[in-house]
Every structure is written in C-alpha cells, then in structure tokens.
Design a protein around this ligand. Structure first.
Ligand code: AMP
Ligand code: TRP
Length: 348
C-alpha cells in the first residue's frame, strides 16, 4: 500500500450570498482542521463560471470569500488560501480526468440534474463536467481529507471512483515510474458535525442556498445585526412550543432546523438546547437565537468589511497562496504526465 501524507483540501464557490450554511457546514470545520492538518482552502472561481457570472461580481465575490475565510480564523500564512484559476494544473488534470471518468458516472450526479433543471440541452458542458474538475482540485494535491457539507457527498464519491480507476488503468505505468501501487489516495469525505445541512429559514425542507431567490431564506456573512434579527424573527415555524427532547423534533422540519442552528452556533448539541429551551414559545426562542447569531456573526461581518476595504492586500494573499499551491500541484502534474505517457522534454 502506498502511504500518503495527510492533507486537507476544500473549496467554496465565489457565487455571492455566502451564508450560515457555508459557515457552519464548511468554514468553521476548515478553521478547526488547521490545528491538526496541513490545509489548502481554495476559492473555486472556475467552478463558479459553470453558470453565468458577471465578471465584476465574480472578482468581488472571490475577494469576499477570501475575506470570510480570514475573518473566520483561517491563517493564510500557516496554511494555503488561493483562487483556483491561478493554478493551471487544476485544469490540466481535469482534462485527464475527463478521459478517465465515464459518461454514465456523471449522468448520475443529482446536483447537475438540479442545476440544469428542465433545460439540460442548454446547460454548459462545464456544468456537466463540474465533478471531474472538483476531483482534480483535490487530487492535484493528493489530499486525503475533504471537509464539506452533505450536498457534496456524491461528488466526493465520484472523486474516489476517478482516483481508483486512474490507479487501476495506469497501474503498470505507476509502478514502472516508482510510485508504488497507487498514485492517488482514495480521499475521505469529512461530513460530520452538527450542521452538515442547514435548511432554508423559509422552508425547512429545502437547504439554505446562495441561489434561493428569497433573501429571507438565509443569513449571510455580510448581514448586519438588524438584518440577522429580522430574518430570525421572520423565520417560518409551526404553532407548537419547542419540545423538551430531540425525538419531539421529528416531523417538525423548521423547529429542527432552528434548534440545529442554535446548537451549532453555541457549539453544543440539540439535546442541550432543548434542555434549556424546551416548552418555550418560538417568539422567546427566536429572541435568544437572534442574540446568539448576532454575537457570533457580527464580528465576522465587521472583520470582512475591514479586509474588503483593502482589495490589494487580499489579492496579495491569494497570489502568495497560489504560488505555494502551484509548486505542490506542478509536482503532481509532472508525474501524472510521465505516468500517462505525455512526452515532456526539457529544452536544450
Ligand atoms: P458552495 O456554496 O456550494 O460553494 O458550498 C461551500 C461549502 O458549504 C460546501 O462544503 C457545501 O457542502 C457547504 N454548504 C453549502 N450549503 C450548505 C448548507 N445549507 N448546510 C451546510 N453546508 C452547506
Ligand atoms: N463543489 C463544491 C461546492 O459547491 C466546491 C468545491 C469545488 C469543492 N472543488 C472542491 C469542495 C474540492 C471540496 C473539494 O460546495
């Protein structure tokens, strides 16, 4: 068995409206993993353009996600933070993976079906090939662990399938080039924690999403204290008071979601929240939730505003991260070329 050094990689799309689901489901986990792993966190601008993005907004949103990472506590010096398009090896490896992955595998991706909707014929080729680029993001660093929300599970399984097929198809060449019995690791998805799927504040059966037309469906990382309080107050609920144990949340999607958000923000479990708030009316619980959300989120929004006032500094953080990412990725892509049989002579 080939051993791979443990390394964390994850990505967030710069498509605007970064929300509480992104924060609790992904970014807080990114922060935590810095203590135990070498981490690479990427703003995936090439994934963003699989659906139309206004160029000026894309650039702004790229800086905004970067600011959110830093404001939330990611250390871009100790770890690596960069935007995907600055490291060409992602696109190079993605092409090779397009030739490893099968049409049938991609045809099963539920996110493509959801995003393409009724107009499949009109979806970009990039939207269909999205998961092969994502596999490339991860595997160009031979990352072993990928923290994400629940919605990314199927894409990570596909990344494992691609790694396994590459290792198998090129097995002899991998061994001949001295890479042992596996070139790519089979990446572990890390979909854990209390908040892997935060739901919309307007509909407890839909996930909180950047693209929901209703601004009241999500708390964003740029919302100020008044906006947060208003959105919590307007969140949909049912008429019953809160139950006193977790079983009582069954069949009550909105109550379950608000208790889950409270628990994640307070860094405790739902049972603890219900021990304190069981029997309360939603009006009282929402006041407590709004207070907690403001206490936790407002300082991050404030720090993001401060960082975004100096875009040149953010760009220099991304350039520095890209340079360090590039040196790791280049090493992988050179070896992949040798394994695949691409000639790469040095000029005389
Ligand atoms: P995206 O906004 O699609 O780029 O997602 C960035 C990260 O946030 C991914 O790890 C997602 O799985 C995670 N994420 C997105 N929406 C939610 C949600 N509603 N609840 C929990 N995690 C989420
Ligand atoms: N597809 C992910 C999302 O929408 C973003 C992403 C792109 C990603 N490349 C990645 C996440 C690699 C983890 C690892 O949330």
């Amino acid at each position: 068995m080939t051993r791979f050094a443990s390394r964390v990689f994850s990505g967030v799309q710069p498509t605007g409206n970064l929300h509480l689901g992104n924060y609790l489901g992904a970014i807080t986990r990114f922060v935590e993993m810095q203590k135990t792993h070498n981490c690479i966190y990427c703003v995936v601008d090439m994934h963003a353009i699989t659906v139309w993005q206004d160029p000026a907004e894309l650039a702004h949103n790229t800086r905004e996600v970067t600011a959110a990472f830093i404001a939330a506590g990611i250390d871009p010096q100790a770890h690596i933070v960069f935007n995907q398009s600055q490291v060409a090896a992602h696109a190079e490896l993605a092409w090779i993976f397009n030739c490893v992955a099968r049409m049938g595998w991609l045809n099963r991706m539920t996110q493509f079906k959801e995003k393409a909707g009724k107009y499949r014929e009109n979806a970009s080729v990039g939207l269909f090939a999205y998961p092969t680029l994502m596999a490339s993001d991860i595997l160009v660093y031979r990352a072993t662990h990928v923290p994400v929300g629940e919605d990314q599970k199927q894409h990570l399984e596909l990344a494992r399938d691609i790694a396994a097929k590459f290792n198998h198809d090129y097995g002899k060449s991998i061994a001949d080039h001295g890479f042992g019995d596996a070139f790519f690791p089979l990446t572990e998805p890390l979909i854990t924690g209390p908040a892997t799927r935060i739901m919309s504040l307007r509909d407890g059966t839909k996930k909180m999403s950047k693209s929901d037309p209703s601004d009241y469906s999500r708390i964003t990382l740029t919302d100020d204290a008044d906006a947060i309080a208003l959105k919590v107050r307007k969140a949909r609920t049912d008429p019953e008071p809160l139950p006193s144990d977790v079983d009582g949340l069954k069949g009550r999607a909105e109550a379950d979601n608000l208790v889950g958000i409270y628990a994640a923000l307070a860094e405790t479990g739902k049972a603890d929240v219900l021990r304190d708030h069981g029997g309360s009316q939603f009006s009282a619980f929402k006041l407590a939730l709004a207070e907690l959300a403001v206490a936790r989120m407002a300082p991050i929004a404030e720090e993001m505003r401060r960082l975004l006032a100096d875009p040149a500094h953010i760009d220099s953080v991304l350039a520095d991260g890209a340079e360090r990412a590039r040196s790791i990725a280049q090493d992988t892509i050179d070896s992949v070329k040798d394994v695949v049989g691409f000639v790469r002579g040095r000029s005389a």
